[in-house]
Design a binder for this molecule. Structure first.
Ligand code: AMP
Length: 193
């Protein structure tokens, strides 16, 4: 039973690690980016609203994003824990998430920060743009997303550090190496798969 978040810049490998950790810990991986993309693909009202922000590399407004996550965390599969990938990304989202978890009578166990060199992140996003054809992975949008991360999301790391629930893990290396480092760091905190 683990309630955790993955934080890190775009291209840090959060999505890949989220899927593996979700299996290892038997908890759902919830990616706000994936949920938004599915809504864009299906042309739902949420997707229509989110698309412009996503294509420009901006954040979808907090009100929409917070409502989406509050709803998702109310599903039965989250009672045994969850892994959030790509949420929260703003201080307002931190506050909203705290409220949702507290209302369920729980607290966050751990926040895993994946650290990567900015040049490596840019290379990875270039590869992903070719492989997955993501419309938000072109050069200008990518820079926007990295800047936004530095301005809006990096401050969250201090917040969670202050709560003593932050674990920073080197995100450079093979996928398995990185998963191994995360599992080890969680184990040191008594959080076991
Ligand atoms: P990701 O796949 O996590 O990189 O997310 C892709 C895009 O979805 C982001 O660039 C944002 O436009 C939007 N998005 C995903 N998560 C959030 C969030 N927590 N807050 C605001 N926008 C988000």
């Amino acid at each position: 039973m683990v309630r955790m978040l993955l934080v890190g810049p775009p291209g840090a490998g959060k999505g890949t690690q989220a899927v593996l950790l979700s299996k290892a810990f038997s908890i759902p991986a919830i990616s706000t980016g994936d949920i938004f993309r599915a809504n864009v693909r299906d042309e739902t009202p949420l997707g229509v609203e989110a698309k412009g922000f996503m294509d420009r590399g901006e954040y979808v407004p907090d009100s929409l994003t917070n409502a989406l996550v509050a709803d998702r965390l109310s599903h039965d599969d989250c009672t045994s824990g969850f892994l959030l990938d790509g949420y929260p990304r703003t201080l307002d989202q931190v506050r909203a998430l705290d409220e949702v978890i507290a209302a369920q009578g729980h607290q966050l166990d751990v926040v895993v920060e994946l650290t990567v060199d900015p040049d490596i992140v840019i290379d990875r996003i270039r590869v992903r743009a070719t492989e997955q054809g993501r419309t938000d992975d072109n050069e200008d949008v990518m820079r926007n997303r990295l800047e936004l991360y530095a301005r809006e999301t990096a401050p969250l790391i201090q917040v969670y550090g202050g709560r003593q629930i932050l674990v920073s893990v080197d995100g450079i290396g093979s996928i398995d190496d990185v998963t191994g480092r995360i599992v080890e760091a969680l184990g040191l905190r008594g959080l076991r798969a």
